[in-house]
Design a binder for this molecule. Structure first.
Ligand code: BYC
Length: 309
């Protein structure tokens, strides 16, 4: 429901400031609704598009155990997309509208899924680094001010922590394996490290959406704060299994206790989010193809629900 008068706007902000959750039937400003639709739908699209790079390896998983785990993980990601689409629908946008925005390039999805998965170690790197980065961001979003988004995050975080561990297990196994396996793991680390850091978005000084996001407690911690948490947590994990950090400038600042890193390549990030990454076109074309092929499933489901009425 949108807001018009200043008095109701003040009441809304007071509720936010007191840490109350906002629910779908509450009164809130249209800008709050639009901001949430943008972020939540992009989040949902990321989960669904994120199934593609991993799906590429189901038929080539090195054991039945690995295949079962990968299948379960990818199915979880699809489920996360569904929770998030449902949560976004409570804001008055339909799923087909959101899908249309994705397919026509009006809505973004996470930059990370525009990189290819070239070898089995990439599946380890995605679980460990990509899900690891996603957890840091999503743990913070569990306290986001919009009730349905917050509740979806609580459930998603529980599943993501299993995903992160299975990825680290793959990397650990490969680092304990043959020279060739170690090289594959390091190669995956070299290719996924920097894009994982970009997942947190631009530096705070260059993040146009952060102002309102903080005012309305949609975001609870900034892009740079979350990125630093991920760096501090992940570098020791890499070193523990013998991986090298692909950054000649990284160092531990003994005074602050935080790792410092070299410069992130924002030109690469901007290219990727503007549709020119290595796999952008492939990801969207694949989505459109299978969405169209699945039209009969949606029609059948709707026919059944109409019959129930
Ligand atoms: N990629 O003002 P800013 C997963 C855009 S999937 C693309 O800082 P904001 C998984 C941003 O949208 C989990 N675009 O924005 C699935 C904005 O453009 P618009 C994915 C990015 O919203 C399968 C512009 O840059 N997680 O776990 O305050 C397998 C300026 O940015 C990115 C989420 O989606 C990016 N990385 O902050 C495995 C988390 N970064 O929209 C794993 C939910 C920035 O104005 N989202 N942009 O055109 C968020 O927390 C926030 O939206 C962000 C960005 C931190 C990503």
């Amino acid at each position: 429901m949108s807001l018009t008068s200043n008095a109701t706007l003040e009441t809304f902000q007071e509720r936010i400031d007191q840490g109350e959750y906002i629910e779908p039937k509450d009164v809130f400003p249209d800008e709050y609704r639009k901001h949430l639709i943008r972020q939540m739908s992009q989040h949902a699209h990321s989960e669904v598009i994120g199934m593609q790079p991993e799906g590429n390896w189901i038929t080539r998983a090195p054991s039945l155990r690995a295949k079962q785990i990968l299948l379960a993980k990818i199915q979880d990601e699809g489920g996360h997309g569904l929770y998030l689409y449902s949560a976004a629908e409570t804001l008055g946008i339909s799923r087909s509208e959101m899908i249309n925005q994705l397919q026509t390039g009006k809505a973004k999805y996470s930059s990370i899924f525009n990189y290819p998965t070239l070898n089995w170690a990439d599946i380890g790197a995605i679980g460990w680094l990509v899900d690891g980065a996603a957890i840091v961001n999503q743990v913070s979003l569990q306290r986001t001010s919009y009730g349905p988004y917050s509740r979806a995050m609580v459930r998603i975080c529980k599943e993501e922590s299993f995903h992160q561990r299975q990825g680290y297990e793959i990397m650990t196994k490969m680092m304990r394996g043959t020279n060739e396996q170690q090289k594959m793991a390091q190669d995956a680390m070299n290719r996924w490290w920097w894009p994982s850091l970009m997942m947190f978005g631009p530096h705070d000084s260059n993040s146009p959406n952060s102002g309102n996001a903080f005012k309305w407690k949609i975001k609870r911690e900034s892009n740079d704060v979350l990125r630093q948490k991920f760096i501090d947590k992940t570098i020791p994990q890499a070193l523990l299994i013998g991986l090298t950090i692909p950054d000649k400038d990284y160092k531990l600042n003994e005074k602050t206790g935080h790792y410092e890193i070299g410069k992130i390549n924002w030109e690469e990030f901007n290219n990727v989010i503007n549709g020119n990454g290595p796999c952008n076109k492939q990801r969207i074309n694949h989505h459109i193809k299978y969405h169209n092929e699945g039209a009969w499933v949606r029609e059948a489901a709707l026919a059944y629900s109409k019959k129930q009425k």
